[in-house]
Design a binder for this molecule. Structure first.
Ligand code: NAP
Length: 278
């Protein structure tokens, strides 16, 4: 199959590598000649260009740009596409993307492969990134079932696990497991930094695996945090408010020395946590 990938970064490049290794012909689009050159040198794509006209025979196009660029990118490529071409994106937030892009292209299907690394750009592209990862598709009532089936088959061919759900439900669930943790974790680091220099100095020396785990997502790429807050604002605020209530409850229990109720919460969560991670 002829497949287009627009945005040859971590996700776009990694999709290109795996799909090309299956025998598909990959047409890559970047804004920069240098990215095209690297993509060709590394044999990530069959053809690379800064001009979208190379997409004219593609059956499926993956738009793998940052979220803010997804809709403008689709507007830019559609004059070059066959009317039956399926366009899908890989953005980590779905409702605003699906709302806009399904108006731009009838055969659009929202998608989110839930895999990544801390790196970005073409240099970070790697094979087998999507193995065992969830790959969510968010069709709406107008989406072609055939397009969804074709994308599910591609997800399965990457050894990912396809899920179908509503875009709003996706954004709410992802807020709990991905976007809220970033804000909680970054607030943890902010709070630590507010203590006196002497304490802070010792805390830095003593910090170990517990701090590494709990601060990891909050100490990552600021651009990603901003993207989550901006595009999933309503769901993130909803989960943050609930989180604040849970934190207030814990504070109240500790103030009241209510160890029984605190233990109950800790026990419930000890049992609940593995169900998120299996
Ligand atoms: P990335 O490595 O930075 O790749 C994005 C690529 O898009 C860049 O290499 C860049 O390529 C191109 N690009 C950047 N700004 C652009 C713009 N304004 N207009 C057009 N193209 C632009 O980022 P990524 O991690 O692959 O993320 C891409 C998408 O995947 C995002 O929508 C993100 O939400 C989603 N996603 C990310 C992860 C993750 O963990 N990283 C996981 C799942 C989904 P050129 O400069 O060569 O044009």
């Amino acid at each position: 199959m002829k497949i287009g990938i627009v945005g040859l970064g971590l996700i776009g490049g990694s999709l290109a590598i795996d799909l090309r290794s299956q025998g598909h012909q990959i047409f890559g689009i970047s804004r920069k000649e240098i990215t095209c050159k690297i993509a060709l040198e590394r044999k990530i794509v069959d053809l690379a260009s800064t001009n979208s006209n190379i997409l004219n025979e593609t059956e499926i196009v993956f738009v793998c740009t940052p979220i803010k660029a997804i809709a403008p990118t689709i507007e830019q490529i559609i004059p070059h596409l066959h009317s039956q071409t399926i366009i899908t994106d890989v953005g980590s937030v779905k409702q605003p993307v699906v709302e806009t892009c399904s108006q731009l292209w009838a055969n659009f299907v929202g998608g989110h492969p839930m895999a990544g690394t801390a790196e970005s750009g073409i240099e970070a592209a790697q094979s087998n990134l999507f193995v065992d990862a969830s790959y969510v598709f968010t069709p709406d009532k107008n989406t072609s079932p055939e397009a969804v089936e074709r994308l599910k088959a591609i997800a399965l061919s990457l050894n990912a696990v396809p899920y179908i759900c509503d875009a709003k439900i996706h954004d709410r669930a992802v807020s709990w497991i991905s976007h809220l943790p970033v804000m909680v974790s970054t607030s943890l680091i902010t709070s630590c930094l507010s203590d006196e220099p002497e304490i802070l100095q010792l805390a830095k020396q003593l910090a170990s695996s517990g701090f590494r785990d709990t601060s990891r997502v909050g100490g990552g790429n600021p651009e990603l945090g901003i993207m989550m807050a901006k595009y999933n604002r309503a769901e993130l605020l909803r989960s943050l408010v609930k989180y604040r209530q849970s934190l207030d409850k814990v504070i109240t229990l500790i103030e009241a020395e209510n160890w029984d109720n605190l233990e109950q919460i800790l026990q419930t969560n000890q049992q609940a946590r593995p169900k998120f991670l299996n």
